[in-house]
Write a new protein. Structure first.
Length: 94
């Protein structure tokens, strides 16, 4: 068994709605004070394929993610700041 250590900073949380979604997913979050710059939002399919990797400007706390062209399925949303995972959430695309 191999263990992978993913650095996690703070206790950030991603809020999202609607879930399941078909057009837009509204995301909101609060970053820990340790985050110095912008962050990235990665969308990963249930098969582990990176679908999108979007830059998020510093100070941004919400984002409307267009999922209308995503195939139906389960996706993981990962918010990464300063090279470390801040939070993750799952969303179902119909």
């Amino acid at each position: 068994m191999t263990t992978v250590n993913i650095g996690i900073i703070g206790a950030g949380r991603i809020g999202l709605y609607p879930n399941p979604a078909s057009d837009l997913v509204q995301l909101s979050w609060e970053l820990p004070g340790a985050v110095k710059g912008g962050c990235r939002l990665s969308v990963v399919s249930a098969h582990g394929q990176l679908v999108s990797d979007l830059p998020i400007p510093p100070g941004t706390t919400s984002y409307a993610l267009d999922v209308s062209n995503y195939p139906p399925g389960l996706y993981q949303l990962r918010l990464v700041a300063d090279g470390q995972l801040v939070s993750a959430a799952k969303v179902v695309i119909e």
